[in-house]
Design a protein around this ligand. Structure first.
Ligand code: NAD
Length: 270
């Protein structure tokens, strides 16, 4: 897909899961990838995977909640490859827990990593993308509907969804040439999901856990058991399957698409 060749794409949370897959897929199509994360070790693995496949990549250690660092990321990306025109706000965490026991510290942490980061990244991108571009914010099906034990996560992803729409209208009316879209994955087999399942068990009773896993014969909570129960396709998605959608939204092939929510969930919310 030549419509992304040579574009400079910043991807946050690129040391793992969906962010890493996105770095690999965009680089495969000729983008210059700037991969950021707090996890320097994971970033090195992403760098090697992209470089070994002949892709162009710069890795930067970044905490997406740190306001001061965002400008540096855009400056370093520009110095290395030129002005960025793609930003994938992907970094995220999922802090599970029932509302009655949830702490305000955990609530604020959830909002800082999942929501503040998207605002900070979008603001930096709008200031830097002088010739237009595409901002892709990774929300979740949890941003479209509720889930027990996930109130903070759902709230954060719902905020990402509506921030995306507001930013898209603002960018369009200001004539920036910047499109803003949100992506809503269902169950994707990555470390964040594996950790969420483990934590979800803490707020579910045994009957509910058995109901979720019984049909597959699994005797413990595992991602495939939950996925086969929750998804009509009977399996978890792969990070690459989300990355291919991000590629389309990042490329000029989606030039008239902005302010929309794009679900990739194997028909889970259909
Ligand atoms: P993951 O845990 O594999 O990757 C998340 C990455 O974000 C990690 O590399 C982590 O180090 C990084 N990160 C966390 N906090 C950070 C911070 N403060 N600054 C910089 N980087 C930070 O998880 P994933 O499944 O690839 O998740 C990627 C995105 O997709 C997240 O926003 C997540 O909420 C969303 N999502 C995932 C699923 C799923 O089922 N896996 C479903 C819906 C949405």
């Amino acid at each position: 897909m030549a419509q992304i060749e040579g574009k400079v794409a910043i991807i946050t949370g690129a040391a793992s899961g969906i962010g890493r897959a996105c770095a690999i897929v965009l680089a495969r199509e000729g983008a210059c990838v700037v991969a950021t994360d707090v996890d320097s070790e994971g970033l090195r693995d992403t760098e090697k995977l992209v470089s070994d496949a002949g892709g162009k990549i710069l890795t930067l250690t970044q905490d997406v909640t740190d306001e001061a660092v965002w400008e540096d990321v855009f400056t370093e990306a520009t110095e290395k490859f030129g002005t960025p025109s793609v930003l994938v706000n992907n970094a995220g965490i999922a802090i599970a827990g029932g509302i009655t026991d949830f702490t305000l510290d955990d609530w604020r942490r959830q909002m800082a990593v999942n929501v503040d980061s998207v605002f900070l990244g979008t603001r930096a991108a709008m200031n830097a993308m002088s010739s237009g571009g595409s901002i892709i914010n990774i929300s979740s099906v949890a941003g479209l509907r509720g889930a027990a034990g996930a109130s903070a996560y759902c709230t954060s992803k719902g905020a990402v969804r509506l921030f995306t729409k507001a930013a898209a209208v603002e960018c369009a009316q200001m004539g920036t040439g910047i499109r803003v879209n949100s992506v809503h994955p269902g169950i994707i087999d990555t470390p964040i999901w594996q950790k969420s399942i483990t934590r979800m068990t803490e707020v579910m009773d045994e009957e509910r856990i058995s109901a979720l896993t019984a049909h597959s014969g699994a005797n413990q909570m595992d991602v495939e058991a939950i996925a086969s129960q929750s998804s009509p396709m009977g399996r978890a998605g792969r990070p690459e399957e989300v990355a291919e959608l991000i590629l389309f939204l990042a490329s000029d092939a989606s030039s008239y698409i902005s302010g929309q929510e794009h679900v990739v969930d194997g028909a889970m919310t259909a």
